[in-house]
Design a binder for this molecule. Structure first.
Ligand code: SAM
Length: 383
């Protein structure tokens, strides 16, 4: 099949020539013989920064990273080259063509002594790695839902290891197909104004519930949405005390249209006697570790990353400093106003009232605040 050489991050790799796989008027990565999506550069670049940050945060050296669904191997090769203090990367794909391409790309970059390449089913590989002592980082980057791989990833990742997960079924998680979400993730989404946050919190809760059943706890370091996919990176803490703490971070999100109130209700079994519409069960704890982002992540966001990758980094660092209350949309406030409200004006007004307000990366019109939104609306309308 036709191939081209591309540069991404600090490596050059061979990938399928996407100009030969056009659907409509756009290249369709899923139609190529081996999957390569150039837009996922953002995911891969930020992941190298997250893993580099994790190494600093946990004071680690000589870590092992496992990527059981490698496609072309671009991610594994980037980890081998761009993560400082990596001693071994395990790349794997079930497809023969992918396996051959990964080997080619590892060889081309002179990384044969760092990257081990396998052709196995991801779950088999993860179970084998778990038996052999596990890995510090497991990165699950599948088509669609990561659910089939979570349980064995939790086995393969070591205590205080990092589990990174991509989910491309954003529509399912954010309320487009609620019954499918209930089936796949065991949680009810809602089309709240902050439905993209509900989605990522449902994704984290699914990981948390698998962890809890194994007596493990989780702690999110970084979470983000970038167009068609969610990405979450969580610490895995193999200790029953952390499992109990994790359980306390499960609950429900509520929203009330008449008052524009929103927030979280703790408690895993469904709360009764509430007047609100609920989404969940979902993760109600922090989506980010602000200290990690400021002191360990940001310094690893490199100039050579794409503009989009650097923009998301800045947005989430700011957002992590905001309150842990679901984001609101400027359109909720401007509803009866007959005109759009620029996001920076709304944030300015709220800060002027003495409350917290930060932009949200989840939505171009999104912001997080601890102010009463009806009050904010009155102030803005009165202006
Ligand atoms: N991680 C890659 C990257 O960053 O470019 C993209 C991976 S692609 C989205 C998913 C890959 O998983 C495909 O290459 C597919 O062949 C592989 N795959 C699907 N099911 C698998 C399984 N059960 N075990 C191993 N690989 C599998």
């Amino acid at each position: 099949y036709p191939k081209v050489e591309i540069r991404e991050g600090l490596v050059s790799v061979i990938v399928p020539d996407l100009s030969k796989y056009i659907v409509g008027n756009r290249p369709e990565p899923a139609h190529a013989p081996v999957f390569y999506n150039p837009r996922m550069e953002v995911n891969r670049s930020l992941s190298t920064a997250i893993i580099n940050g994790y190494i600093g945060y946990m004071n680690k050296a000589g870590i092992t990273i496992c990527e059981p669904l490698s496609g072309t191997g671009v991610r594994a090769v980037r980890y081998a080259r761009e993560v400082n203090g990596v001693s071994r990367v395990i790349a794997n794909d079930i497809s023969e063509r992918a396996y051959e391409l990964i080997r080619l790309n590892v060889d081309k970059n002179g990384l044969n002594d760092v990257v081990s390449v396998y052709r196995d089913d991801a779950n088999n590989l993860l179970l084998r790695l778990a038996r052999e002592g596990g890995c510090d980082v497991v990165d699950i980057d599948p088509f669609g839902s990561p659910q089939p791989f979570i349980e064995n990833s939790l086995r393969a990742v070591r205590d205080q290891g990092l589990l990174c997960v991509t989910a491309t079924d954003v529509g399912v998680l954010s309320g487009k197909y609620p019954i499918k979400c209930v089936r796949r993730y065991g949680a009810l989404p809602q089309k709240f104004p902050f439905r993209f946050e509900v989605g990522i919190r449902i994704l984290i809760s699914m990981i948390a519930r698998y962890a809890l059943s194994m007596d493990y706890g989780i702690q999110p370091l970084v979470s983000f949405l970038d167009g068609h996919y969610y990405r979450v990176c969580v610490l895995i803490l193999k200790d029953r005390a952390y499992a109990l703490e994790t359980l306390r971070n499960l609950g429900y999100a509520y929203y009330r249209l008449s008052t524009l109130q929103r927030g979280f209700i703790p408690g895993y079994p469904i709360p009764t006697n509430t007047r609100y519409r609920l989404a969940g069960p979902l993760w109600i704890g922090n989506l980010w570790d602000a200290e990690f982002l400021m002191n360990h992540f940001m310094s690893n966001v490199k100039d050579y990353f794409s503009d989009r990758a650097r923009e998301i980094s800045k947005l989430i660092v700011e957002e992590a400093l905001g309150p842990n209350i679901p984001y609101a949309l400027t359109t909720e406030i401007s509803r009866d106003l007959g005109r759009e409200l620029p996001i920076n004006d709304v944030i300015g007004v709220i800060r002027g009232l003495g409350y917290q307000a930060v932009r949200s990366h989840f939505h171009i019109k999104g912001f997080r605040t601890n102010a009463d939104l009806l009050r904010v609306r009155e102030v803005i309308i009165g202006k």
